[in-house]
Ligand binder design. Structure first.
Ligand code: ZN
Length: 413
C-alpha cells in the first residue's frame, strides 16, 4: 500500500515542523536537499531514521517544538551506549492514549474491565501507556508494574482482574506460577494484552490454556509513542496499525528497498502528526509483513503479521540469511523443548569457517543428549547448517521483560 495523498500532506507538515525547529533532522534533510515530497516515489527517497541517529542527537536534539510545549520525556535504553530521549507534547500524550484506548476496544475490552498492568513504569513507555489507554477507555487500572509475583497473584485474585497486560515472558512466568499453585479457578482473567515480540505458538497456547484467556498482541516502540499503535482484532489474523497517525512500510533490511505488501522484511514507520519528536521512515528493526487482504472484521486499518523477530537477530551463516522464526520453527518440532533459545556465532580462524552454537531448553523428562542430536539433524536438513547444540533445563535462559535479544554474533570480536 503506497502512501496516500492525505498522508503525504501530513508528511509535508512534519517536514515543515522539523525544518522550522532547526533540530537534528533539519540538518540531515537540509544536506539531503529535502524540503517537500509530492509523490510516493519522492517519499521513498527520504533517508531512513534509525536508533543510532537518535543517540547522536542525545539528549534532546530531535525535539521539534519549543521547551514550553514539552510535557514529558520517555527513554529507551537499548543494549549499548547512550539512551534515546523522546520528548512528548500534550497532544502527543493525548494521541497515544487515544490509540491505546482504540487497541483495548478492538480487543473487546470495555469500561467494565479491570486491567492489571505489569509492564514497567518510569522512563520506559510501557506501563504508563497501558495506564493512559485504560483510563481513556474508562476501565479500572491496577498499576502493578513488573515483578513481585506474590502481590501480582494476590491482586489478581482479590480484585478479580479481567485483563492482564504483560510481556509474553512475564505472562508465561505468571501462568507457570498459577499452574504451580493451583490458582486457575480463583482468577477471573478473560483477556491478555501482550507486548509484541516474537513468541512461539507453543508459548501462546500454554499461556492461553493455563490462564483460560484470549490473547492479543499489542505493538509499539518508545521512539514511536510506545506500545499501543496497533493490535490484533478478534479475527486474530494480524495487527491493525492506525494509519491516521502512522504510515508503515516494509523494507528489505539488507538492500533497504521497499518491499511489496505480503513480503517479509523490516517494519519502517513514519509518524504523521507527532509534534515533540517527529520521525520520518524510522527503522524499527522488527520483522513482519503487511497482510494485503481486507480483514474479516471490516476495519480498514492496514495489518501487520505477528512480529517474526528482530532484523538484528537475522544472521548470515555461509552467506545465507537466517531468520529467528526459522530457528523457532525447528525447535517447535522437538518434543519437550521450550521456545526460548540463544544462538552464538563465531569464526574458527584455523579452519576458516563459521561455527554456530545453539543453546535450547528442554524439560527434565526428555533425554538431553538425544534431544541435542535431534535439533542438530533438523538444523542440517532444514537450514543447511550444522550447529553445536547445548541443552539446558527449562527456565535457565533469561526471560526478559523487554524485547529479548537471542542471537549473538562474535565474528567481529
Ligand atoms: Zn480485523
Amino acid at each position: 500500500m503506497k502512501i496516500n495523498e492525505k498522508q503525504l500532506e501530513l508528511v509535508n507538515k512534519q517536514l515543515r515542523r522539523i525544518m522550522e525547529s532547526g533540530n537534528y533532522y533539519s540538518e540531515v534533510y537540509r544536506k539531503a536537499g529535502i524540503t517537500e515530497v509530492t509523490s510516493p516515489e519522492e517519499f521513498e527517497k527520504i533517508p531512513f531514521t534509525d536508533k543510532a541517529d537518535l543517540r547522536n542527537a542525545y539528549p534532546l536534539g530531535i525535539q521539534a517544538v519549543p521547551d514550553e510545549e514539552v510535557v514529558r520525556i520517555h527513554s529507551s535504553s537499548g543494549t549499548t551506549g547512550k539512551p534515546v530521549i523522546i520528548p512528548y507534547t500534550a497532544k502527543d500524550v493525548e494521541d497515544w492514549a487515544t490509540m491505546f484506548a482504540r487497541c483495548y476496544e478492538i480487543a473487546g475490552i470495555t469500561s467494565r474491565d479491570r486491567i492489571q498492568i505489569t509492564p514497567g513504569y518510569g522512563l520506559w513507555t510501557a506501563g504508563i501507556g497501558f495506564q493512559a489507554g485504560c483510563e481513556k477507555l474508562g476501565a479500572m487500572a491496577i498499576p502493578m508494574g513488573p515483578g513481585n509475583t506474590e502481590k501480582q497473584l494476590q491482586m489478581m485474585v482479590d480484585l478479580k482482574s479481567t485483563v492482564i497486560c504483560a510481556t509474553s515472558s512475564y505472562a508465561l512466568l505468571l501462568a507457570e506460577e498459577i499452574n504451580k499453585r493451583g490458582l486457575k479457578n480463583e482468577i477471573s482473567l478473560k483477556k491478555g494484552v501482550i507486548g509484541s515480540e516474537r513468541w512461539s505458538e507453543a508459548k501462546r497456547n500454554y499461556i492461553a490454556n493455563e490462564l483460560g484467556i484470549e490473547l492479543y498482541d499489542i505493538y509499539g516502540l518508545t521512539e514511536i509513542y510506545g506500545p499501543g499503535i496497533g493490535i490484533n482484532c478478534p479475527g486474530h489474523t494480524g495487527m491493525h496499525i492506525f494509519d491516521d497517525y502512522l504510515y508503515t512500510e516494509i523494507i528489505d533490511p539488507v538492500t533497504l528497498e521497499v518491499l511489496p505488501d505480503g513480503e517479509e522484511g523490516e517494519i519502517v514507520i513514519t509518524t504523521l502528526v507527532k509534534e515533540g519528536a517527529p520521525l520520518i521512515r524510522f527503522r524499527t528493526h522488527d520483522l513482519s509483513r503487511i497482510i494485503p487482504e481486507e480483514c474479516s472484521c471490516g476495519r480498514h486499518y492496514p495489518r501487520l503479521a505477528t512480529i517474526k523477530g528482530r532484523s538484528d537477530d537475522m544472521f548470515k551463516v555461509h552467506g545465507v540469511n537466517m531468520f529467528p522464526s526459522q530457528v523457532e520453527e525447528v525447535l517447535g518440532l522437538v518434543d519437550g523443548v521450550s521456545s526460548e533459545y540463544k544462538i552464538d556465532i563465531a569464526h574458527d580462524e584455523s579452519r576458516n569457517r563459521d561455527i554456530i552454537m545453539v543453546t535450547a531448553e528442554a524439560e527434565g523428562r526428555v533425554d538431553f543428549a538425544s534431544t541435542a542430536e535431534e535439533i542438530k539433524k533438523l538444523f542440517k536438513s532444514r537450514l543447511n547448517v550444522t550447529p553445536k547444540v547445548t541443552i539446558v533445563s527449562i527456565n535457565t535462559l533469561p526471560r526478559s521483560e523487554k524485547k529479548t535479544r537471542r542471537v549473538f554474533d562474535h565474528r567481529g570480536d
